[in-house]
Design a protein around this ligand. Structure first.
Ligand code: BT5
Length: 252
């Protein structure tokens, strides 16, 4: 019913009215051997999650809450590249379907008008030298009104419908995202991360600007200089020391 133009992505779909988290279901399916391209989608998540066990607000019928299983032949340290790849595919699809031009905030946010409308969560099953599966979790606020966001995130969150001023068809967007994801992923497997990185930089907001990075190790201020070929953020601090950041929350 999605009218997919893909070869594998989303050709096997597990679709739920409600679920705790599509991420958990996809991880279980991956563990049981589900093939690459398997997609889990839900109308509603009761326990949608972000990074570091944070909550992802996923109300019924208004967003896209989905998780895609990949089995890339890459070492685990390259997996962050897939978050950036997904961000590019989703940004392109949003632009195609709505005409709005999104910004990507490293590593996993897509913003419209400075507010978050998409969160991406990449989780791995891996040995030290080999990835078994990567689960790409994608949460997109599509048709929420601003009153429908909980108060604590109302100031920082937005939806495509709020920004566009009219409702957006979710099926069309899912179809376009999967098509672009599959195409970029194939390009990535044959040509590596470089071409994706160039596309990513075209959408990135923070590069060349002063940012504050909150990591598990503490808070760091500096200028975001770009990303490495593995997808890490390059931050130059006041002493001109270069830091490579694996994971953080970035404030512009
Ligand atoms: C993320 O985490 O942005 C990753 C979100 C991934 C969600 C998808 S939905 C399908 C799949 N199944 C899941 O269970 N998860 C994935 P992070 O960068 O840690 O951001 C989390 C923070 O974003 C929260 O602490 C809130 O401040 C904010 N937030 C929560 N829900 C939001 C929403 N619907 N829109 C915008 N911001 C939100």
């Amino acid at each position: 019913q999605l009218g997919l133009k893909t070869e594998t992505f989303g050709q096997v779909i597990y679709s739920f009215e409600d679920v705790d988290s599509t991420q958990r279901v996809a991880a279980k399916l991956a563990h049981e051997g589900a093939p690459e391209g398997t997609l889990v989608v839900a109308e509603e998540q009761k326990a949608g999650r972000g990074r570091l066990d944070r909550k992802w607000f996923s109300p019924k019928g208004t967003g896209i809450w989905m998780s895609l299983i990949l089995r890339p032949p890459i070492p685990p340290q390259q997996a962050p590249q897939l978050t950036l790849l997904a961000a590019v595919a989703i940004s392109q699809a949003i632009q195609e379907v709505t005409g709005l031009v999104p910004d990507i905030k490293w590593p996993n946010d897509i913003l419209l008008g400075g507010k978050k409308c998409v969160g991406i969560l990449t989780e791995l099953q891996a040995d030290p030298d080999r990835v078994h599966s990567v689960i790409i979790g994608i949460g997109i606020n599509v048709n929420q009104t601003s009153e429908q966001f909980p108060e604590d995130i109302r100031a920082i969150a937005t939806s495509l419908a709020i920004e566009k001023g009219k409702p957006i068809k979710r099926a069309r967007l899912i179809q376009d995202i999967l098509f672009r994801l599959e195409r970029l992923y194939r390009q990535y497997l044959t040509h590596g991360f470089r071409p994706i990185k160039l596309l990513w930089e075209g959408y990135a907001v923070s590069i060349g600007k002063p940012v504050t990075a909150r990591t598990l190790g503490g808070v760091m201020r500096g200028i975001a200089r770009g990303i490495t070929d593995d997808g890490l953020l390059i931050l130059e601090d006041e002493q001109n020391t270069i830091h490579y950041i694996h994971s953080a929350d970035i404030q512009l």
